[in-house]
Design a protein around this ligand. Sequence first.
Ligand code: PGA
Length: 267
Amino acid sequence: MEKSLDFYFSKKESLAVRKPIVAGNWKMNKTIADALKLVEGIKQLFKDEQKVDVVLCPPFTALADVGEAIKDTELYLGAQNMHAEKSGAFTGEVAADMLRDLGCHYVILGHSERRQYFKETDEIVNKKAKAALAAGLHPIVCVGELLAEREAGRMEAVVGTQVRGSLAGLSANDMLKTVIAYEPVWAIGTGKTASPAQAQEVHAFIRKVLKEKFDEPVAQSVRIQYGGSVKPSNAKDLFHQPDIDGGLIGGASLEAQSFVDIVRGAL
Ligand code: PGA
């Protein structure tokens, strides 16, 4: 099945009708066999694909097999990272075209683990986002503050800088193809979720930054996911906030039932 994302973005009337998007970030987990078992479970449990875009982001090693397993479904394939250059002497790296080649539609960029452990800056994330878009991939650009930054009252300064820096120089059209994931670092893998009101406040702030950078229609059309300890028990409350359009799910995406229950929270 040919999966086109452009139907969503090319219809003028669909601007500001934000289809929810839930992505599973499997991080450095799952052999190919385990990945395929998880995909089978998700395929059996989930039947409402037309109402929410569901993206599976396995490690590089399982992308080809997972891509093959979902090619006749509405599930989308995503990668967790890529290099900004098109090709060349970058041992161990993977380029955007290679991900397209495997059937990827999405790529997660600037996840806080990449920023923290691999020293990715907004400038690097920005280069990667431009390279992803040039190759026809939809970037999922992650932003989020540390606990100390929140406690120091710097949340807006930090998140605003990340949004502006990571998305610098993107055209409005590119912005509409880009997803933002707000993931407060203190909520990732900690079991501490932002409350729906806390998350909503930041999502509304991100839309304000997008309005300043672009305009109101663009700000209202970009999908912004929440990430950080999303579970079946809290997904619905988070995803039903006015400015939250689904989630980026780590730990709870590693098991089919919990992931599908979370996806259903976006319906
Ligand atoms: P978590 O991770 O759901 O395990 O908190 C979210 C993420 O890192 O994207």
